[in-house]
Design a protein. Structure first.
Length: 444
Protein backbone atom coordinates (compact mmCIF):
# COMPACT_ATOMS: atom_id res chain seq x y z
CA UNK A 1 0.00 0.00 0.00
CA UNK A 2 1.60 3.28 -1.08
CA UNK A 3 -0.14 5.86 1.02
CA UNK A 4 2.27 8.65 0.30
CA UNK A 5 4.50 9.60 -2.55
CA UNK A 6 3.96 13.24 -2.12
CA UNK A 7 6.68 15.46 -0.80
CA UNK A 8 9.01 17.24 -3.07
CA UNK A 9 10.30 20.74 -2.70
CA UNK A 10 12.97 21.68 -5.17
CA UNK A 11 13.78 18.58 -7.17
CA UNK A 12 13.72 19.22 -10.86
CA UNK A 13 11.85 16.71 -12.96
CA UNK A 14 12.77 16.73 -16.62
CA UNK A 15 10.35 15.43 -19.19
CA UNK A 16 13.19 13.33 -20.62
CA UNK A 17 13.66 11.43 -17.38
CA UNK A 18 12.87 7.75 -17.55
CA UNK A 19 9.79 6.74 -15.56
CA UNK A 20 10.13 5.16 -12.11
CA UNK A 21 6.52 4.12 -11.49
CA UNK A 22 5.30 0.96 -13.23
CA UNK A 23 2.10 2.72 -14.26
CA UNK A 24 4.03 5.42 -16.14
CA UNK A 25 5.96 3.31 -18.64
CA UNK A 26 3.20 3.05 -21.21
CA UNK A 27 3.04 0.12 -23.62
CA UNK A 28 6.16 -1.52 -24.93
CA UNK A 29 6.25 -2.51 -28.61
CA UNK A 30 5.97 -6.17 -29.55
CA UNK A 31 9.36 -6.11 -31.27
CA UNK A 32 11.11 -4.58 -28.25
CA UNK A 33 9.45 -7.08 -25.93
CA UNK A 34 10.49 -9.98 -28.18
CA UNK A 35 14.06 -8.69 -28.22
CA UNK A 36 14.21 -8.59 -24.38
CA UNK A 37 12.59 -12.01 -24.05
CA UNK A 38 15.13 -13.55 -26.45
CA UNK A 39 18.18 -11.72 -25.09
CA UNK A 40 17.46 -12.71 -21.46
CA UNK A 41 15.82 -16.07 -22.01
CA UNK A 42 12.65 -14.91 -20.24
CA UNK A 43 10.22 -17.72 -19.41
CA UNK A 44 7.19 -15.59 -20.27
CA UNK A 45 4.67 -18.21 -19.23
CA UNK A 46 6.05 -18.37 -15.70
CA UNK A 47 5.47 -14.60 -15.41
CA UNK A 48 1.82 -15.04 -16.39
CA UNK A 49 2.08 -14.60 -20.18
CA UNK A 50 3.24 -11.73 -22.36
CA UNK A 51 1.95 -8.33 -21.26
CA UNK A 52 2.92 -5.22 -23.20
CA UNK A 53 0.96 -2.54 -21.32
CA UNK A 54 -0.30 -3.34 -17.83
CA UNK A 55 2.41 -2.32 -15.33
CA UNK A 56 0.76 -4.28 -12.52
CA UNK A 57 1.49 -7.59 -14.30
CA UNK A 58 4.75 -9.36 -13.53
CA UNK A 59 5.87 -9.78 -17.16
CA UNK A 60 5.53 -6.05 -17.78
CA UNK A 61 7.42 -5.32 -14.55
CA UNK A 62 10.39 -7.31 -15.82
CA UNK A 63 10.19 -5.60 -19.22
CA UNK A 64 10.10 -2.23 -17.43
CA UNK A 65 13.26 -3.17 -15.51
CA UNK A 66 15.12 -4.13 -18.69
CA UNK A 67 13.91 -0.97 -20.42
CA UNK A 68 15.23 1.12 -17.51
CA UNK A 69 18.61 -0.61 -17.55
CA UNK A 70 18.98 -0.29 -21.31
CA UNK A 71 17.86 3.35 -21.36
CA UNK A 72 19.86 4.72 -18.41
CA UNK A 73 22.85 6.89 -19.15
CA UNK A 74 25.60 7.64 -16.65
CA UNK A 75 28.52 10.04 -16.68
CA UNK A 76 31.51 10.10 -14.33
CA UNK A 77 30.92 12.56 -11.46
CA UNK A 78 33.87 12.36 -9.10
CA UNK A 79 34.97 9.90 -6.50
CA UNK A 80 32.65 7.87 -4.28
CA UNK A 81 33.49 5.00 -1.96
CA UNK A 82 30.88 2.77 -3.64
CA UNK A 83 32.00 3.43 -7.21
CA UNK A 84 34.87 1.09 -8.06
CA UNK A 85 34.20 0.19 -11.70
CA UNK A 86 32.97 -3.35 -11.00
CA UNK A 87 30.53 -2.78 -13.88
CA UNK A 88 31.32 -0.20 -16.55
CA UNK A 89 28.88 2.70 -16.25
CA UNK A 90 28.19 2.59 -20.03
CA UNK A 91 27.73 -1.14 -20.11
CA UNK A 92 25.05 -2.32 -17.64
CA UNK A 93 22.70 -3.70 -20.25
CA UNK A 94 25.32 -5.67 -22.21
CA UNK A 95 26.91 -6.89 -18.97
CA UNK A 96 23.52 -8.05 -17.67
CA UNK A 97 22.82 -9.88 -20.94
CA UNK A 98 26.16 -11.66 -20.74
CA UNK A 99 25.54 -12.82 -17.17
CA UNK A 100 21.95 -14.02 -17.72
CA UNK A 101 21.10 -17.44 -19.17
CA UNK A 102 17.42 -17.22 -18.31
CA UNK A 103 14.81 -15.53 -16.09
CA UNK A 104 11.70 -17.14 -14.68
CA UNK A 105 9.11 -16.40 -12.01
CA UNK A 106 8.81 -18.88 -9.13
CA UNK A 107 7.29 -19.34 -5.70
CA UNK A 108 9.67 -21.97 -4.37
CA UNK A 109 11.74 -19.86 -1.96
CA UNK A 110 9.28 -17.54 -0.26
CA UNK A 111 11.77 -15.83 2.07
CA UNK A 112 14.11 -14.89 -0.81
CA UNK A 113 13.62 -12.07 -3.30
CA UNK A 114 15.32 -13.99 -6.11
CA UNK A 115 18.03 -16.56 -6.63
CA UNK A 116 20.53 -17.46 -9.32
CA UNK A 117 21.25 -21.04 -10.28
CA UNK A 118 23.95 -21.29 -12.94
CA UNK A 119 22.92 -18.03 -14.60
CA UNK A 120 19.19 -18.85 -14.44
CA UNK A 121 17.38 -16.36 -12.22
CA UNK A 122 14.16 -17.18 -10.38
CA UNK A 123 12.24 -14.12 -9.22
CA UNK A 124 10.12 -14.72 -6.11
CA UNK A 125 6.98 -13.06 -4.72
CA UNK A 126 9.13 -10.55 -2.83
CA UNK A 127 10.57 -9.39 -6.15
CA UNK A 128 7.11 -8.64 -7.53
CA UNK A 129 6.35 -6.42 -4.53
CA UNK A 130 9.43 -4.25 -5.03
CA UNK A 131 9.66 -0.84 -6.64
CA UNK A 132 11.29 -0.50 -10.05
CA UNK A 133 14.53 0.49 -8.29
CA UNK A 134 14.37 -2.50 -5.96
CA UNK A 135 13.76 -4.89 -8.87
CA UNK A 136 16.54 -3.45 -11.01
CA UNK A 137 18.91 -3.67 -8.02
CA UNK A 138 17.85 -7.30 -7.56
CA UNK A 139 18.55 -8.42 -11.13
CA UNK A 140 21.92 -6.64 -11.14
CA UNK A 141 22.74 -8.34 -7.83
CA UNK A 142 21.73 -11.76 -9.20
CA UNK A 143 23.76 -11.26 -12.37
CA UNK A 144 26.94 -10.88 -10.33
CA UNK A 145 26.41 -14.36 -8.85
CA UNK A 146 26.80 -15.83 -12.34
CA UNK A 147 30.51 -14.94 -12.20
CA UNK A 148 30.84 -17.18 -9.13
CA UNK A 149 30.44 -14.69 -6.27
CA UNK A 150 28.61 -16.26 -3.35
CA UNK A 151 27.58 -15.03 0.12
CA UNK A 152 28.89 -15.87 3.58
CA UNK A 153 27.41 -16.00 7.08
CA UNK A 154 26.89 -12.50 8.47
CA UNK A 155 28.89 -11.30 11.48
CA UNK A 156 26.41 -8.58 12.44
CA UNK A 157 22.91 -7.38 11.56
CA UNK A 158 19.60 -9.24 11.18
CA UNK A 159 21.21 -12.45 9.88
CA UNK A 160 24.07 -12.62 12.41
CA UNK A 161 24.30 -15.73 14.61
CA UNK A 162 22.63 -17.83 11.93
CA UNK A 163 23.89 -20.09 9.19
CA UNK A 164 22.18 -18.00 6.53
CA UNK A 165 24.78 -16.98 3.95
CA UNK A 166 23.58 -13.45 3.30
CA UNK A 167 26.65 -11.24 3.46
CA UNK A 168 29.79 -10.45 1.47
CA UNK A 169 33.10 -10.39 3.29
CA UNK A 170 33.87 -6.80 2.28
CA UNK A 171 33.01 -4.19 -0.30
CA UNK A 172 36.43 -4.72 -1.88
CA UNK A 173 35.53 -8.32 -2.60
CA UNK A 174 33.34 -6.93 -5.42
CA UNK A 175 30.53 -9.46 -4.97
CA UNK A 176 26.82 -9.16 -5.61
CA UNK A 177 26.15 -6.71 -2.79
CA UNK A 178 28.97 -4.42 -3.93
CA UNK A 179 27.84 -4.47 -7.56
CA UNK A 180 24.31 -3.66 -6.38
CA UNK A 181 25.53 -0.75 -4.19
CA UNK A 182 27.73 0.55 -6.98
CA UNK A 183 24.65 0.68 -9.20
CA UNK A 184 22.68 2.65 -6.56
CA UNK A 185 25.57 5.08 -6.09
CA UNK A 186 25.79 5.61 -9.86
CA UNK A 187 22.04 6.30 -9.94
CA UNK A 188 22.42 8.92 -7.19
CA UNK A 189 25.58 10.58 -8.47
CA UNK A 190 26.12 9.80 -12.15
CA UNK A 191 22.76 9.34 -13.82
CA UNK A 192 21.76 11.73 -16.58
CA UNK A 193 18.19 10.63 -17.26
CA UNK A 194 16.82 8.88 -14.19
CA UNK A 195 13.93 10.41 -12.28
CA UNK A 196 14.70 12.24 -8.99
CA UNK A 197 12.33 9.88 -7.17
CA UNK A 198 14.29 6.91 -8.53
CA UNK A 199 17.50 8.60 -7.36
CA UNK A 200 16.09 9.16 -3.88
CA UNK A 201 15.02 5.51 -3.73
CA UNK A 202 18.55 4.51 -4.72
CA UNK A 203 20.14 6.56 -1.95
CA UNK A 204 17.82 5.08 0.68
CA UNK A 205 18.32 1.54 -0.65
CA UNK A 206 22.11 1.98 -0.67
CA UNK A 207 22.05 3.10 2.97
CA UNK A 208 19.40 0.58 4.04
CA UNK A 209 21.40 -2.38 2.70
CA UNK A 210 25.06 -1.42 2.83
CA UNK A 211 24.86 -0.92 6.60
CA UNK A 212 24.54 -4.68 7.19
CA UNK A 213 25.45 -6.78 4.12
CA UNK A 214 29.24 -6.43 4.35
CA UNK A 215 31.04 -8.14 7.22
CA UNK A 216 33.70 -5.45 6.97
CA UNK A 217 31.40 -2.45 7.21
CA UNK A 218 32.21 0.10 4.48
CA UNK A 219 30.23 2.82 6.28
CA UNK A 220 31.15 5.08 9.15
CA UNK A 221 28.09 5.65 11.31
CA UNK A 222 27.40 8.52 13.67
CA UNK A 223 24.41 9.15 15.91
CA UNK A 224 22.26 12.22 15.32
CA UNK A 225 19.14 13.52 17.03
CA UNK A 226 15.84 14.02 15.18
CA UNK A 227 12.89 15.96 16.57
CA UNK A 228 9.37 16.07 15.20
CA UNK A 229 7.28 19.22 15.57
CA UNK A 230 4.10 20.41 13.93
CA UNK A 231 6.26 22.64 11.72
CA UNK A 232 8.67 19.97 10.55
CA UNK A 233 11.66 17.86 11.42
CA UNK A 234 14.83 19.12 13.08
CA UNK A 235 18.05 17.17 12.63
CA UNK A 236 20.93 17.75 15.08
CA UNK A 237 24.19 16.42 13.66
CA UNK A 238 27.02 17.31 16.04
CA UNK A 239 27.00 21.10 16.23
CA UNK A 240 24.78 21.50 13.16
CA UNK A 241 21.01 21.96 13.30
CA UNK A 242 19.09 21.37 10.07
CA UNK A 243 15.40 22.04 9.54
CA UNK A 244 13.50 19.68 7.29
CA UNK A 245 10.00 20.00 5.84
CA UNK A 246 7.47 17.48 7.04
CA UNK A 247 5.73 15.30 4.46
CA UNK A 248 1.98 14.93 4.72
CA UNK A 249 1.41 12.05 7.15
CA UNK A 250 -1.50 10.80 9.24
CA UNK A 251 -1.82 12.55 12.59
CA UNK A 252 -1.05 9.33 14.46
CA UNK A 253 2.26 8.78 12.61
CA UNK A 254 5.17 8.16 14.96
CA UNK A 255 8.78 9.13 14.30
CA UNK A 256 11.00 6.03 14.32
CA UNK A 257 14.67 5.30 13.96
CA UNK A 258 15.44 2.99 11.04
CA UNK A 259 18.70 1.45 9.84
CA UNK A 260 18.94 3.98 6.98
CA UNK A 261 17.80 7.00 9.03
CA UNK A 262 14.19 7.53 10.04
CA UNK A 263 10.62 6.81 9.05
CA UNK A 264 7.23 8.15 9.98
CA UNK A 265 5.19 5.12 10.94
CA UNK A 266 1.42 4.78 11.22
CA UNK A 267 0.39 1.23 12.06
CA UNK A 268 1.60 -1.00 9.23
CA UNK A 269 2.40 1.91 6.93
CA UNK A 270 5.61 3.86 6.93
CA UNK A 271 7.18 6.72 5.05
CA UNK A 272 10.95 6.81 4.63
CA UNK A 273 12.64 10.13 5.33
CA UNK A 274 15.71 11.00 3.30
CA UNK A 275 17.64 12.82 6.03
CA UNK A 276 20.65 13.63 3.93
CA UNK A 277 18.94 15.81 1.36
CA UNK A 278 15.96 18.08 2.10
CA UNK A 279 15.22 18.51 -1.60
CA UNK A 280 14.54 14.85 -2.11
CA UNK A 281 11.34 12.88 -2.09
CA UNK A 282 9.92 10.95 0.81
CA UNK A 283 8.82 7.49 -0.13
CA UNK A 284 7.06 4.43 1.16
CA UNK A 285 9.63 2.72 3.35
CA UNK A 286 10.96 -0.20 1.31
CA UNK A 287 14.37 0.13 2.93
CA UNK A 288 14.08 -0.75 6.61
CA UNK A 289 12.19 -3.69 8.12
CA UNK A 290 9.04 -1.61 8.31
CA UNK A 291 8.65 -3.03 4.79
CA UNK A 292 7.90 -6.43 6.38
CA UNK A 293 4.25 -5.53 6.73
CA UNK A 294 3.95 -5.53 2.94
CA UNK A 295 4.31 -9.32 2.74
CA UNK A 296 2.19 -11.95 4.47
CA UNK A 297 4.29 -14.05 6.83
CA UNK A 298 3.53 -16.85 9.27
CA UNK A 299 2.60 -15.80 12.81
CA UNK A 300 2.47 -12.10 11.85
CA UNK A 301 1.28 -9.87 14.71
CA UNK A 302 -2.48 -9.48 14.87
CA UNK A 303 -2.35 -5.76 15.63
CA UNK A 304 0.28 -3.03 15.82
CA UNK A 305 0.51 -0.71 18.79
CA UNK A 306 4.21 0.12 18.69
CA UNK A 307 7.16 -0.98 16.53
CA UNK A 308 10.92 -0.78 16.73
CA UNK A 309 13.79 -1.72 14.44
CA UNK A 310 16.56 -1.92 16.97
CA UNK A 311 20.23 -2.93 17.03
CA UNK A 312 21.38 -4.64 20.24
CA UNK A 313 24.88 -6.05 20.41
CA UNK A 314 25.76 -7.29 16.94
CA UNK A 315 22.13 -8.14 16.12
CA UNK A 316 19.30 -6.25 14.46
CA UNK A 317 15.72 -6.94 15.51
CA UNK A 318 12.32 -5.92 14.27
CA UNK A 319 9.70 -6.06 16.99
CA UNK A 320 6.00 -5.28 17.23
CA UNK A 321 3.94 -4.63 20.36
CA UNK A 322 0.32 -5.65 19.79
CA UNK A 323 -2.79 -4.09 21.29
CA UNK A 324 -2.94 -7.10 23.62
CA UNK A 325 0.54 -6.31 24.96
CA UNK A 326 2.29 -9.22 23.20
CA UNK A 327 5.67 -8.74 21.53
CA UNK A 328 6.35 -10.31 18.15
CA UNK A 329 9.89 -10.46 16.84
CA UNK A 330 10.85 -11.27 13.25
CA UNK A 331 12.93 -14.37 12.55
CA UNK A 332 15.08 -13.14 9.67
CA UNK A 333 16.83 -16.39 8.70
CA UNK A 334 13.51 -18.26 8.61
CA UNK A 335 11.51 -15.47 6.99
CA UNK A 336 8.65 -15.62 9.48
CA UNK A 337 7.71 -14.39 12.96
CA UNK A 338 8.64 -15.99 16.25
CA UNK A 339 5.67 -16.91 18.41
CA UNK A 340 4.46 -13.81 20.26
CA UNK A 341 5.45 -13.28 23.91
CA UNK A 342 3.11 -13.51 26.86
CA UNK A 343 1.02 -10.38 27.17
CA UNK A 344 2.05 -7.49 29.39
CA UNK A 345 -0.97 -5.92 31.09
CA UNK A 346 -1.54 -2.25 30.21
CA UNK A 347 1.41 -2.11 27.80
CA UNK A 348 1.48 1.38 26.30
CA UNK A 349 4.50 1.60 24.04
CA UNK A 350 8.06 0.58 23.27
CA UNK A 351 10.96 2.84 24.18
CA UNK A 352 14.63 2.26 23.34
CA UNK A 353 16.16 4.59 25.96
CA UNK A 354 15.32 4.38 29.66
CA UNK A 355 15.25 7.40 32.01
CA UNK A 356 18.64 6.39 33.43
CA UNK A 357 20.11 6.47 29.92
CA UNK A 358 20.46 2.76 29.26
CA UNK A 359 19.72 1.62 25.74
CA UNK A 360 17.73 -1.47 24.83
CA UNK A 361 14.15 -2.43 24.18
CA UNK A 362 11.62 -1.69 26.90
CA UNK A 363 7.85 -1.82 27.26
CA UNK A 364 6.39 1.08 29.21
CA UNK A 365 2.99 0.44 30.78
CA UNK A 366 0.22 2.96 31.39
CA UNK A 367 1.19 3.17 35.08
CA UNK A 368 4.85 3.90 34.22
CA UNK A 369 6.46 0.49 34.78
CA UNK A 370 9.42 -0.13 32.49
CA UNK A 371 9.94 -3.74 31.49
CA UNK A 372 13.08 -4.72 29.56
CA UNK A 373 12.59 -7.21 26.73
CA UNK A 374 15.54 -9.18 25.37
CA UNK A 375 14.77 -9.94 21.72
CA UNK A 376 17.58 -12.52 21.53
CA UNK A 377 15.83 -14.76 24.10
CA UNK A 378 12.37 -13.17 23.66
CA UNK A 379 12.12 -12.93 27.46
CA UNK A 380 11.21 -10.08 29.77
CA UNK A 381 13.59 -8.90 32.45
CA UNK A 382 12.66 -7.55 35.86
CA UNK A 383 10.99 -4.13 35.84
CA UNK A 384 13.47 -1.26 36.16
CA UNK A 385 13.76 0.49 39.50
CA UNK A 386 12.83 3.80 37.86
CA UNK A 387 9.32 4.43 36.70
CA UNK A 388 8.63 6.43 33.58
CA UNK A 389 8.14 10.06 34.68
CA UNK A 390 4.69 11.25 33.64
CA UNK A 391 6.12 14.55 32.38
CA UNK A 392 8.68 12.86 30.08
CA UNK A 393 7.93 11.96 26.47
CA UNK A 394 11.29 10.48 25.43
CA UNK A 395 14.96 10.15 26.32
CA UNK A 396 17.75 10.37 23.75
CA UNK A 397 21.44 11.12 23.42
CA UNK A 398 22.81 14.44 22.19
CA UNK A 399 26.40 13.36 21.71
CA UNK A 400 27.40 12.13 25.17
CA UNK A 401 24.62 14.09 26.90
CA UNK A 402 21.40 12.36 27.96
CA UNK A 403 18.48 14.63 27.12
CA UNK A 404 14.78 14.39 27.83
CA UNK A 405 11.82 15.61 25.84
CA UNK A 406 9.32 16.92 28.37
CA UNK A 407 5.55 17.09 28.10
CA UNK A 408 5.77 20.71 26.95
CA UNK A 409 7.93 19.64 24.01
CA UNK A 410 11.17 21.13 25.34
CA UNK A 411 14.52 19.33 25.13
CA UNK A 412 16.33 19.45 28.48
CA UNK A 413 19.47 18.00 29.98
CA UNK A 414 18.08 14.90 31.70
CA UNK A 415 20.10 15.38 34.85
CA UNK A 416 19.97 19.14 35.46
CA UNK A 417 16.67 19.94 33.73
CA UNK A 418 18.33 22.85 31.95
CA UNK A 419 17.13 23.49 28.38
CA UNK A 420 19.43 22.63 25.47
CA UNK A 421 20.28 26.11 24.08
CA UNK A 422 20.46 25.15 20.38
CA UNK A 423 16.95 23.67 20.57
CA UNK A 424 15.40 26.32 22.84
CA UNK A 425 12.95 27.67 20.26
CA UNK A 426 11.62 24.30 19.12
CA UNK A 427 8.70 22.38 20.59
CA UNK A 428 8.74 18.71 19.67
CA UNK A 429 6.19 15.95 20.02
CA UNK A 430 8.82 13.24 19.44
CA UNK A 431 12.56 12.87 19.73
CA UNK A 432 14.69 9.93 18.51
CA UNK A 433 18.31 9.14 17.82
CA UNK A 434 18.97 8.32 14.17
CA UNK A 435 22.04 6.97 12.36
CA UNK A 436 23.86 9.02 9.74
CA UNK A 437 26.43 7.48 7.43
CA UNK A 438 29.38 8.94 5.58
CA UNK A 439 28.26 7.50 2.22
CA UNK A 440 26.07 10.52 1.50
CA UNK A 441 26.73 13.74 3.35
CA UNK A 442 23.97 15.82 4.89
CA UNK A 443 22.92 18.72 2.66
CA UNK A 444 21.89 21.84 4.62
ZN1 LIG B 1 22.87 -12.73 -3.50
Amino acid sequence: MHFLLSLFLLSTVYAADLPYDDQEFGCIGQAAADRYVRAFGVDVKSFGGLELCDGSRDTKKLLNDLYLIEGSTFEAAGEHKFIRGYVDRQNYFEWLKQETRGVRRGHDLPYATAYNSGGYFTMQDGWAKLSTLGRVGTIIHEARHTAGYRHYACTFGPYANSRTAGCDTSYEQGGSHAVEMEYYARVVLESKNLHPVYQSMARLMALGRSNFVFNKNPLQKREALLGLSAAGLVLVDGGQVYERALPAVPAEARLKRTSFGASLVAGEQSLAIDLSDPTEFSLTDDYSYYKLFQLPRDRAPTSVKSTEEVDIGNMRYFTVLSNEGRISSYNFPEGNWFAASNPVADAATFVTRAPDGQAGLFVVTTDGSILPFDPSTRRYGLPLKDRWPSDSAAYAMLGAQLVVLNAEGEVLDAESGVGVPSLAHYRFTELVNVPLYDAFEVVP
